[in-house]
Design a protein. Sequence first.
Length: 408
Amino acid sequence: MSSAQTPPRQERRLLWLLAALQFTHLMDFMVVMPLGPELMHRFHISTSQFGTVVAAYTLASAAMGVPGLFWLDRFDRKHTLLALYGAFIVATLACGAAPSHAALLAARTLAGACAGLMSAVLMSIIADVIPPERRGRAIGTVMMSLGLSAVVGVPVGLGLATRLGWNAPFWTLGGLATGVWLCLARVLPPIRRHLAPSASQSKPPSLAALASPELAWGWLLTFTVVFASFLLIPYLGTYMVGNVGLRQTDLPIVYLCGGVATLLAARGVGHLTDRWGPGWVLTALLLGTLAPHLTFTHLGPSPLPWVSAVFAVFMAVTSTRAIPTLALVSMRVPPALRGRFMAMNMAASDAASGLAAWASGALIATTPEGALIGFDGVGWLAATVTLCALGILWTLGRSTVALGATAS
């Protein structure tokens, strides 16, 4: 089925299903973080052990991204996606049924391993099926799932956990994903164009080009931007309950405010990136995150409206840093290498988030009352890494500024 033959109505239906798949994947990752206090109490685990649960998902995703480059293109993309999504659903249901910390860790590892490869196959399907003149909007439609997962998914997941138990979000998510899987099996056409003899006999550019110094700075920039963010994000829910004085039932309100702020800010940051160039916008966002990061990690007992406002600013500036970062590094890559570079860039991003969650978990401790000790120091570390990212950005020098100007 060629892209030119895909009717617009069928395209929209397919894209919304792919967005739904991406939504379940992102929800599976995001819902664990605000469940931190309940999971630590339920399984009698430390802050460091909870950090391992969070890190396992992203580290598994990063680890599987590399070998996936060598076999994902060898099969019908529909069959590959459905197989990976099916294993992901089993892993999500296993999270809900986990009787121990070890079982939960194993289920999170399997879910992460499948999720990273699913994202790579999903983007390949869009490139194969959607014609170039509509591809940008198609990717935008699928990426809306990030904002929706924060605005709708996290508050709903927390509400389910509060009323029905910690495993209710996983059971619900598994059921939703099963419905999406059935719809994809019915709607998604076979996608085998990449298996045609002419395609399989063509020799791709060498993978060694991905490690060139010109592109290595982009890898390092992505790593530091994500690392700084995930030093803090996995423990925000625990910090708000244990240190700031919120109740567990207040967290859905706080995360809803953060999700709405992120959704609104993303559109504005995308527009500014196109207008002023990703280099300048990323510089502004890196500087702009310093105050929210330090303010939030030094909060004492505070009323819910104030915490919600600070959290909204925190999430709006932190989450949108990925937009100009992705735009900047992608425009530095030759077209013949861009797809593989972005797949590896995703692995670098996952590795950074997993290592950051592990590192911050090792640096903080929990009191018997549930408060975090040392989170203010992690805030200073996040600010320092952000300044390092700014230094890497400026190390790119005049070429980075020139690239940013060409995007305006």
